[in-house]
Design a protein around this ligand. Structure first.
Ligand SMILES: Nc1ncnc2c1ncn2[C@@H]1O[C@H](COP(=O)(O)OP(=O)(O)O)[C@@H](O)[C@H]1O
Ligand SMILES: [Mg+2]
Length: 232
């Protein structure tokens, strides 16, 4: 059975007592029809994972479940060995705010403020500093004084990613983060996300339909026939 195979592969790959940051244990979910059953997945430090699959197969749903946004109908998600969805709402929010960075395709920036101010909102809320290196990495260091409305779509997306990384999340969850970007900009975004997770010993779970991007991740899984199959 593919589920058992996946967890076996996990065990073989990580025998040197490496503890998973995040564990999905026997996750099942359905809306009007069953999406997936008994999904098991371990996510380790400094690792990136891609989730692919046909449209409507449940990729976003699985990402939401992994990232505190949606309680699965069955199964459990453990962060640092703690069961996320058994926690009180405030504690779930705390994990999401302090440790998780969730990147969506649509970005939510504050209009009427300039780029720098949008980043400062995050640095003040999270008691961190805006990292100049990060801005250079994302090629947006030179637009800091521009109003949001004057930035290109790609610059806005990179600014929203910079804002998420400014809070120094441990795990990045990204749902088709480069869907709206041209190839070159998408590459800049990905290079910086990979650099970031190695820099902070973090992890990334990426949902994408772009195979070349998926295969840059350490492991690739496909949701197929309601199961999670490892294909890399
Ligand atoms: N909140 C919801 N309520 C009802 N149905 C939903 C909800 N979210 C997603 N779905 C349905 O679940 C299925 C999987 O959605 P989704 O996880 O977004 O797939 P994917 O990201 O792989 O395209 C779709 O048929 C979608 O319409
Ligand atoms: Mg989706």
């Amino acid at each position: 059975m593919s589920v058992e195979l996946n967890s076996d592969i996990d065990n073989i790959e990580h025998t040197n007592n490496l503890q998973p940051l995040l564990e999905a244990v026997d996750i099942s979910h359905n809306f009007d029809y069953p999406l997936f059953k008994n999904i098991n997945l371990n996510i380790y430090e400094s690792q990136s994972i891609a989730i692919i699959g046909s449209s409507g197969c449940g990729k976003s749903t699985l990402l939401n479940i992994l990232s505190t946004l949606l309680k699965p109908l069955d199964g459990d998600v453990l962060f640092n060995k703690k069961s996320i969805y058994s926690l009180k709402n405030d504690d779930i929010l705390k994990i999401r705010r302090e440790y998780f960075g969730i990147i969506f395709q649509a970005h939510y920036l504050f209009r009427g403020f300039n780029a720098k101010e949008n980043l400062e909102i995050s640095s003040i809320l999270n008691d961190t500093v805006v990292d100049e290196e990060l801005l250079k990495l994302l090629h947006i260091d030179f637009v800091m004084n521009q109003n949001i409305g004057t930035l290109s779509g790609g610059q806005q997306q990179r600014l929203s990613i910079a804002r998420i990384l400014t809070k120094k999340p441990k795990i990045i969850f990204a749902d088709e983060p480069t869907g709206n970007l041209d190839k070159e900009t998408a590459k800049i975004v990905f290079d910086s996300l990979f650099k970031y997770i190695h820099l902070v010993n973090g992890a990334m779970v990426l949902v994408t339909h772009e195979m070349d991007l998926a295969f840059r991740c350490d492991r690739v899984f496909e949701i197929k026939n309601q199961r999670l199959e490892q294909i890399k």
